[in-house]
Structure formats: structure tokens, C-alpha cells
Write a protein that binds this ligand. Structure first.
Ligand code: 5MY
Length: 344
């Protein structure tokens, strides 16, 4: 019964089923493993049981495995997996800053180059989104894959039966950003002046929309820079219900680093309490924006879009100016250069 539940939960991911093992675990290459969370207690009934993961690793890779836990939402005692466990905490369904992607690659490279028999085991919760993001970064770092598209395809084919590995558009975008970092070196940190958000969607004709703009601030997580609500009369918003278009304008709104835009509507629950319903979100890194506009042409380009949004949605951000970063420091250019220097 538990086996059926585990198979159901691991869905289309390829499992390791040999010699009495049945785990949500896949060899992406001979030395790179992705797996689902090694869980204990009730969670172990429907995910990989931690004791089975420990037994597998000891049986196949004794003293030659290192585990990287990418979950920010849960943890376990590293000793239960032999002690050689490192954590790079990332939030579920979100991006990793480029510095964390580089950190992962450095840890992987150092470990794998120590001994031909060493393997690297990466997991998040499902071992698909966040793990895929980091493993794709490493496939590029080691030139095993020549392009972001090839890396994403390679991971998806190895890890899943339906070719759906990293599916969140912002995570895919960050694999592209990482490739750019490897090819061209770190870019100068820039601040962008956000001049306008233009939003065309079915929801505009019937609902008020709130946009929460937040910025990644290292380990403190994501801090809101600005919340814009079309309900507030003070904000500069123009709406055409017929054209289903909403335009929000700003004069002095500067954004920098890894920035998240989350679009929401205010809804009322059955018990008459107000709550924010998320419509979709996306991430960008300001240094990677080259033109004066960033455009999302359809629902498929947005992260975790709500069922309430129709396919033909369009969102654009217009930037009024750019300047070298002066007020905030997200990742240290010097350190990035040193790390990349050693790589090249
Ligand atoms: O792709 P989906 O919709 O199956 O979402 C995965 C989630 O499945 P769910 O939606 O809860 O059934 C999945 O959750 P569960 O394992 O199903 O609890 C994870 O959150 C996974 O992210 P990651 O691989 O841990 O980074 C999620 O993967 P991403 O969507 O973040 O790629």
C-alpha cells in the first residue's frame, strides 16, 4: 500500500527499482543523482524513507557520497545520512540567486574531483524543480551540456518519463542567466527604474489587482519593496475594462538584484475573510535586462499561473533608466570573479 502511495506521489519521475530498493531517485549522470526528500515519520510513508536512502547510499556508494539539501522548508539530522550533507536553502517553486548556483557548482566540483568514485546526491522536496535548476547549472559549468536548452532537456529526459523536469519559467530563465555568467563573467550590478507595468488579461474587467514587488535579500528571504493596489485611489493606475488592460505608472521606483513580481486579487473566503489570491508571479535579475522592456506574451511564460487567468494574457515591464547599483549589495562581484577565475 505505502509503495503504491509513494509511486503516486513521485508521479512521472524515474525511480530506482533494483535489488530490493524502490526509491524516487535517478542517476542524471553516473556521478550525479537527483532524488526526492529523504523523509521520516508520516512523510516517509509517501516520500523516500530516510532509512532506505541511507541504506541505498551505503550499499552503492559507501564513503563516497555527498548530499546537498536544497529545501528551505525542512531539514533532518545530517548524521542520519552519513554526515556529509550540505544545505543551500531555496524556497519551493522559486529561483536560486546566481551566487547560490555558483556555490553549488563549486561544492559539486570540489567533491567530484577528489575521487573518481565520489557521487553527488542532490534533493529538494520532489527532486525536480530546485534540484533541476542546480543540476542544470552544473551541467553547464562542466560543459557537459553546451547550452541552457540542452541542459534542461538532458535533465528532464533523465529525471522524468514525461520530459517535464524544470518547468517553472523563472527557474528556466535563471539557467539561461547562469550560462551567460559562465560565458561572459559577472555583470555589473545595476538598478533599473521601473516606469510602467502593463497588464492585459481577462481578469482586468472584473477584479482589482495588487502587485507585490519584492527583492531577494540573502538569507533574510524576500522583502517587499512596494505593494501596488488598483483599489487605492492614490496610485497612478489607468484601466480600460473593454481592452482588458491595466497600466500602472511610477516615477521613482528603482529595483535591483533578484526581484519578484507577484500579481494577486483580493478575494473573500466562505467564512467572509479577505485573502490574497495569487494570479501568477515571475522573477528577474536586473543586471540581465538589456533593453527597455521585458515582455511576457502568454500564460505559459508566467510562474504558477492561476486557473482564473486565460491563455492570452500579456504582461510588460518598461524601464525608464538604469544606473550602477549604489544602495544595495546582493552578491559580491569580486568573490564571483575569483570563483569564476578558478573555473576558467
Ligand atoms: O511541477 P509540479 O506541479 O508537480 O510541482 C512540484 C510539486 O508537486 P505538486 O504540485 O505539489 O504536486 C512538488 O511537491 P510535492 O513533492 O508533490 O509535495 C515540489 O514542490 C516540486 O518542487 P521541487 O522539485 O521540490 O523544487 C514542484 O515542482 P516545480 O513546480 O517547483 O517544478
Amino acid at each position: 500500500m505505502t509503495s503504491l502511495v509513494r509511486h503516486y506521489v513521485s508521479a512521472k519521475k524515474r525511480r530506482f527499482q533494483k535489488n530490493g530498493f524502490d526509491l524516487d531517485l535517478t542517476y542524471i549522470t553516473r556521478r550525479i543523482i537527483a532524488m526526492g526528500y529523504p523523509a521520516e515519520g508520516t512523510e516517509g510513508l509517501f516520500r523516500n524513507p530516510l532509512s532506505e536512502v541511507a541504506r541505498f547510499l551505503t550499499c552503492y556508494h559507501e564513503k563516497h557520497f555527498k548530499v546537498i539539501n536544497l529545501c528551505s522548508e525542512r531539514d533532518y539530522n545530517p548524521a542520519k545520512l552519513g554526515g556529509n550533507v550540505e544545505r543551500i536553502p531555496l524556497d519551493d517553486h522559486q529561483i536560486a540567486p546566481l551566487s547560490d548556483m555558483l556555490k553549488y557548482c563549486r561544492i559539486a566540483d570540489e567533491w567530484l574531483s577528489q575521487d573518481e568514485n565520489n557521487v553527488l546526491v542532490t534533493h529538494c522536496k520532489a527532486g525536480k524543480g530546485r534540484s533541476g535548476l542546480m543540476i542544470c547549472a552544473y551541467l553547464l559549468y562542466t560543459s557537459l551540456c553546451p547550452s541552457p536548452q540542452k541542459a534542461l532537456h538532458f535533465f528532464a529526459e533523465k529525471r522524468t518519463k514525461n520530459g517535464k523536469g524544470v518547468t517553472i519559467p523563472s527557474q528556466k530563465r535563471y539557467v539561461g542567466y547562469f550560462h551567460d555568467l559562465l560565458e561572459k563573467g559577472p555583470r555589473e550590478e545595476v538598478e533599473l527604474q521601473l516606469a510602467e507595468i502593463c497588464f492585459t488579461a481577462n481578469i482586468v474587467s472584473s477584479k482589482d489587482v495588487n502587485v507585490v514587488i519584492s527583492s531577494l535579500t540573502g538569507r533574510e528571504g524576500c522583502a517587499p519593496i512596494r505593494v501596488i493596489s488598483t483599489q487605492e485611489s492614490g496610485s497612478k493606475v489607468s484601466r480600460s475594462k473593454l481592452a482588458r488592460t491595466l497600466v500602472m505608472s511610477f516615477s521613482q521606483l528603482w529595483i535591483c538584484g533578484d526581484v519578484k513580481f507577484e500579481f494577486q486579487t483580493t478575494e473573500v473566503s466562505l467564512c467572509l475573510k479577505q485573502y490574497q489570491h495569487r494570479l501568477f508571479y515571475f522573477w528577474l535579475n536586473t543586471s540581465q535586462i538589456e533593453g527597455a522592456e521585458m515582455l511576457f506574451r502568454s500564460k505559459t511564460e508566467l510562474d504558477k499561473p492561476s486557473k482564473r487567468i486565460e491563455l492570452d494574457i500579456q504582461v510588460s515591464l518598461s524601464f525608464g533608466g538604469r544606473r550602477p547599483q549604489v544602495t544595495m549589495k546582493f552578491w559580491n562581484l569580486e568573490v564571483m570573479n575569483v570563483l569564476l577565475g578558478e573555473h576558467q
